[in-house]
Structure formats: C-alpha cells, structure tokens
Ligand binder design. Structure first.
Ligand SMILES: NC(=O)c1ccc[n+]([C@@H]2O[C@H](COP(=O)([O-])OP(=O)(O)OC[C@H]3O[C@@H](n4cnc5c(N)ncnc54)[C@H](OP(=O)(O)O)[C@@H]3O)[C@@H](O)[C@H]2O)c1
Length: 264
C-alpha cells in the first residue's frame, strides 16, 4: 500500500488526483476533509503507518528549521518503526542549496540516507506558480520584484505531482536515486512582463523585504522570500538540466504556459 501525506496542499491535491480510484493508495492529511487518514507530523499519536509499504512524504516546510526538522524526523522514525519499506521525499532542487529553507530539506535527505528504509529523493524545483506570485504585477501593471537580470528554471506543480506519482507507484527502480526536477525554460522579470502584458521595473531587495514584512508574513517567512529573490537575481536558479523529462517521458510543461494560464 502507498500512503501519501499532505494531500490538502496544492501539490498534494494534484498527487491525490493522479491516484484517484486506486485501491492501493491511501490519502492522508491533517485535514479530514481531504485525507482518508489523519496524519499530522506535529501529533505523534497520528503517525501510524501500519500496513504501508511506500510512503510519499510531502515536505511540511512552513516553520523555523527546528520545527520542520522535528516534523520530518518524527515521520521517518514512525515509518521505520512500522516497517515502511520505501520513503519517497519531496525535497528542494540542488540549485536551491543557497535558499534559506534548504537546510531542513538536506537534513531530511541525510536522515533518509542513514535510515532503514529504501528511499528516493525528488529534488523539486521552484514552482512556476510560486514565481507568478513572487513577481505578480502591481495594480499599475508593474513587476517590481527584485529579480535583476536573473532567471528561474521554474517548473509546473502539475509536472512534479505526475513525477511523484510515477515514482511512488513503482519505487523499486528508483531506490537510492536523487532526481533534480527543474523546468527546461528559465524565466526572468522581462519574460514574465512580456507574457503578462506588464512592465518590469525591478526594485531593491530592501524594498522587497519591507513589503514582505508589512504583508503580515511570519518572521521566518521574510528571509525565505527575500532569499528566494536573491538566489534568482544572482544567477543560482537558472540551470535547466535535470531529470524531469526522463521521469515524465515527455517534455515538461512550459513555465510561461503555466503563468500565462495556457497550460491545462
Ligand atoms: N518547490 C516550490 O516552489 C515550493 C514552494 C512552496 C513550498 N514548497 C514545499 O513543498 C511542500 C508542498 O508544496 P505545496 O505547494 O503543496 O504547499 P501548500 O499548498 O502550502 O501545502 C502545505 C503542505 O504542508 C503540509 N503540512 C504542513 N504542516 C504539516 C503537518 N504538521 N503535518 C503534515 N503535513 C503538514 C500540508 O499537509 P496537510 O494536507 O496535512 O495540511 C500540505 O501538504 C510545502 O509544504 C513546502 O515544504 C515547495
């Protein structure tokens, strides 16, 4: 049996849709509206993986590093205790090593490597949907996100969900593999502006930090978002070489098609 955590999230919902109708897949969430089984990484009593052969662990990255690491550690401990044979983990693209939220992902990868279960790491690139949000035009049609001349190899969430389903449904050939799942089209402020009929006038990182802090973001989220701008602006996130095409068996969806609403 395959169990998927986090199916109320945007990625989890797409994975759940990809597994619809399968008797051998169990959908789990903190939210009973979505999950057939309640799994909350913060509630040890809910971490029951009895009868689960494969666990698709969707990262729960919203929190300070110690919170996320405690969550992921608790899930993996419980999965090992209950005899889960293979854990598939949605991590962060290798290019994201400089991002402020890389550390808990890399910790989780290390924990899997030193654990008892077989594992597969899906190093997911940053979503095209996230870029659309990070660099959304303002009311005057200006994109002021501080992306400089940098670009992001943004990836469609839907493609990542499809890749995760493929691996999780037949994990054995993927044991011990780390896949970099980035888009094949690097997109920057100029391309976004053209696709959206906006004007690109990048602001500074200091301005972005003020804007994010004033938006009601939690304190830990401010460096996360500003660090994401910085990594893109300074050329760390534009590499398009990866494993997505091979896992999907087709060309990945274009990031601008997602952002411009042309992708299904
Ligand atoms: N690659 C990217 O661009 C990118 C962007 C943002 C985030 N991420 C990471 O990728 C994950 C999935 O992305 P998304 O777009 O689906 O995010 P999302 O829509 O914000 O969903 C949040 C996810 O976190 C899970 N979660 C939070 N706290 C949890 C807890 N205590 N126990 C179990 N699960 C918990 C939720 O599961 P429930 O169903 O149980 O609520 C849900 O799957 C995120 O959680 C984050 O770690 C990646």
């Amino acid at each position: 049996m395959l169990l998927v955590t986090g199916v109320s999230g945007a990625l989890g919902k797409l994975i759940a849709a990809g597994l619809a109708g399968r008797a051998d897949a169990v959908l789990a969430s903190r939210d009973p509206q979505y999950g057939e089984r309640r799994i909350d990484f913060d509630d040890p009593a809910s971490l029951d993986f009895t009868g689960v052969a494969t666990l698709l662990l969707i990262s729960a990255g919203y929190g300070e590093d110690d919170v996320v690491i405690t969550r992921h550690g608790a899930v993996i401990d419980a999965a090992e205790r209950d005899g889960v044979a293979h854990i598939v983990y949605t991590s962060l693209a290798s290019a994201g090593d400089h991002l402020p939220y890389a550390l808990p992902h890399r910790w989780t990868e290390r924990r899997l490597r030193s654990g008892r279960a077989a594992w597969t790491v899906l190093r997911n690139g940053l979503y095209a949907e996230l870029l659309a949000w990070l660099a959304a035009p303002d009311a005057e049609g200006r994109i002021t996100a501080p992306l400089g001349g940098g670009k992001l190899a943004a990836v469609a969430r839907r493609d990542l969900a499809e890749a995760a389903c493929r691996v999780a449904l037949d994990p054995a050939p993927h044991a011990g593999r780390v896949y970099d799942l980035v888009g094949e089209e690097a997109v920057g402020g100029a391309e976004l502006a053209e696709a959206l009929g906006a004007v690109y006038t990048p602001g500074t990182m200091a301005q972005a930090r003020e804007r994010v802090a004033a938006s009601g973001a939690a304190p830990f989220q401010v460096p996360m978002l500003v660090g994401t701008y910085s990594a893109i602006a300074h050329g760390f996130m534009d590499g398009t070489a990866g494993d997505l095409r091979a896992l999907l068996g087709r060309a990945p969806t274009g990031a601008l098609d997602v952002i411009g609403g042309k992708a299904a």
